[in-house]
Design a protein around this ligand. Structure first.
Ligand SMILES: C[S@@+](CC[C@H](N)C(=O)[O-])C[C@H]1O[C@@H](n2cnc3c(N)ncnc32)[C@H](O)[C@@H]1O
Length: 246
C-alpha cells in the first residue's frame, strides 16, 4: 500500500489560514484566492517547488495529491521511460514527480485557464507540454502509456463555475464517465490509468456504474487498490487499472 505520509506539501510563505479542511469550500476558496508557492518534500527532503496560480486547485492540506506523488516517487507506480498524461493537472505536482522519475514526456492538461505558468517551472523539459483543454479533447488515440486523474472529490448536481476554484473540488458525475471513455481511447493497449475517486455511501450504485463503464475499455482483472481512506460519508480510493490488450 502506498505510504501517503511520506510526502508533505508545505506553503513556502508562512501564514495562518482562516479555514481548515473541515470547512472544505471556504478552505479551498481561501487557498486559491491568490498565487501561492508550495514545496514538496519526500521523507522531509525537499524535492521541488511549484507555483499554484490564483484560482487553481491547491493540494496543500489535502490527501489525494500526496498519495499520487508518494506512489510515483517511491516507485509503486513506475513512470520511467513512459509517456504520461497528467489529466486535471492543476499546478502540476503529479506530472512534475513523473519528470523527477524520468518519464519520457509529460503532457499536463487542465480546463482551468490559469494553469499555464507551469510552463515556467524549473523541472520542465523541452518535450513536456501544458495544455488548457476539456479532458483529452486534443489528444490522439493510442498515444499514452500512463494517465493520471485526480477527480475532484465532491459530487454536486449544480453547474460549476469553470474558471473558479470550484472546478478543482466539485464534480458533476458526468465528468467521471466522460473521462473514463476518453482515457480508454488515448491510452495504448495495456496502458495504465491511475485515478483518485471518492465513493459516497449514499451514492454507492454510482460506483458500480463507474466499474461497468471502466469494463468497456479496461481489463477489470488488473484493477488494483493502491491506497484508500475511510471517511464518515464515503471512501476515497486510489485505483489503477490497465486498458485491455485488444
Ligand atoms: C482535485 S484537482 C487536482 C489538481 C492537481 N492534479 C493536484 O493533484 O493538485 C482536479 C483538477 O481537475 C481539473 N478539471 C476539472 N474538470 C476538468 C475538465 N473537464 N477537464 C480538465 N480538467 C478538469 C480541475 O481544474 C482541477 O485542477
Amino acid at each position: 500500500m502506498i505510504k501517503q505520509e511520506d510526502v508533505k506539501i508545505v506553503l513556502k510563505q508562512d501564514e495562518t489560514l482562516k479555514y481548515d479542511r473541515q470547512n472544505y469550500l471556504e478552505f479551498h476558496q481561501e487557498l486559491s484566492s491568490k498565487d501561492r508557492e508550495i514545496a514538496i518534500l519526500l521523507r522531509d527532503e525537499p524535492i521541488f517547488d511549484v507555483l499554484v496560480p490564483q484560482g487553481v486547485f491547491n493540494p496543500y492540506g489535502g490527501i489525494a495529491a500526496q498519495a499520487f506523488m508518494s506512489g510515483i516517487l517511491n516507485e509503486d507506480v513506475l513512470v520511467k521511460g513512459k509517456k504520461v498524461l497528467d489529466l486535471g493537472c492543476g499546478c502540476g505536482v503529479i506530472g512534475l514527480c513523473c519528470i523527477v522519475k524520468d518519464s519520457s514526456q509529460v503532457v499536463f492538461s487542465d480546463l482551468h485557464p490559469n494553469v499555464l505558468p507551469l510552463q515556467n517551472n524549473a523541472l520542465m523539459r523541452e518535450q513536456d507540454r501544458v495544455k488548457v483543454q476539456d479532458l483529452c479533447a486534443g489528444e490522439a488515440e493510442n498515444s499514452y502509456d500512463l494517465v493520471f486523474m485526480p477527480f475532484p472529490s465532491r459530487s454536486i448536481d449544480r453547474p460549476i463555475d469553470p474558471s473558479s476554484y470550484e472546478m478543482g473540488i466539485l464534480r458533476n458525475d458526468d465528468l467521471v464517465f466522460r473521462a473514463i471513455a476518453q482515457v480508454g481511447k488515448v491510452l495504448v493497449p495495456s496502458g495504465e490509468f491511475v485515478f483518485f475517486y471518492r465513493v459516497f455511501n449514499d451514492r454507492f450504485p454510482l460506483y458500480l456504474e463507474v466499474m461497468s463503464t471502466l469494463a468497456e475499455d479496461f481489463d477489470l482483472s488488473s484493477l488494483k487498490l493502491l491506497w484508500y481512506v475511510r471517511e464518515k460519508t464515503g471512501h476515497s480510493l486510489l485505483l489503477s487499472v490497465k486498458k485491455q490488450e485488444k
